[in-house]
Design a protein around this ligand. Structure first.
Ligand code: 3DU
Length: 212
């Protein structure tokens, strides 16, 4: 079974550990705290050294097109970028999407966040935006398995990636069993005493759940 975990790197993980982890994850998600800690140049160099299928930058962009383009143009070492969908299309996501298409990069839109205070009242609007933009993927909290299943039915060709697993409460494999393509996991891996073995155990739990 292909790896179903995207490692959320919000804190520095040494290259020696990343090299052991690279064959166990599908993707690496670079968070804003990591870039603020290390600086862009060090992050770029770190990413160059690892062999991971998809590098996703997660700044949850939410701005006018010009500003979002000014951010992503500095990070074209990544394969894809996450933006909010509530910001709407014209003058914002339409410009970001065209720019990323032109550069051969992917866009993920946040559909529903994992924390309890996220308000789903705008869901129908968010769906409209997703339909119009047709992103590579969407982000839905792993704590919202019903939503994952309904989005999977409605947007079958769009990849679903799900954070909120482990520390935030969802069990390993919950989102995948509900229809997500990948689970985003951070602290449960990088704060573990032995992150490599922790990741291997998580992969085994997910694999067992998918098989059964
Ligand atoms: O809780 P963790 O340490 O496993 O990290 C989760 C990651 O996913 C983290 O980078 C955070 O920015 C991101 N994320 C959410 O936690 C919740 C969302 O709804 C969207 C992204």
């Amino acid at each position: 079974m292909k790896n179903r975990v995207i490692l959320a790197m919000d804190k520095y993980i040494p290259l020696e550990i990343l090299s052991e982890i690279e064959s166990e994850v599908y993707g690496l998600k670079i968070g804003l705290p990591l870039v603020l800690d290390l600086g862009l140049e060090k992050v770029r160099n770190l990413v160059k050294e690892v062999n991971i299928e998809e590098i996703i930058v997660d700044f949850k962009l939410a701005d006018i097109g010009y500003v979002m383009k000014s951010v992503v143009e500095k990070m074209l070492f990544a394969d894809s970028f996450i933006a909010h969908s509530f910001i709407g299309v014209k003058g914002s996501l339409d410009e970001l999407k065209s720019y990323l298409d032109e550069k051969g990069k992917g866009l993920y839109l946040v559909a529903s966040m994992s924390h309890s205070g996220w308000n789903n009242s705008f869901l129908s609007y968010i769906k409209e935006v997703i339909k119009e933009i047709n992103p590579k993927g969407i982000v839905i909290g792993a704590t919202k398995t019903d939503l994952i299943s309904s989005f999977k039915r409605e947007f079958s060709s769009i990849k679903i990636i799900s954070p909120g697993v482990g520390v935030q409460g969802a069990n390993y494999g919950d989102a995948i069993c509900a229809g997500a393509d990948f689970e985003i996991i951070g602290r449960s891996i990088y704060t573990a005493k032995d992150p490599v073995n922790q990741l291997k155990s998580i992969n085994k739990i997910i694999e067992d759940r998918v098989m059964n």
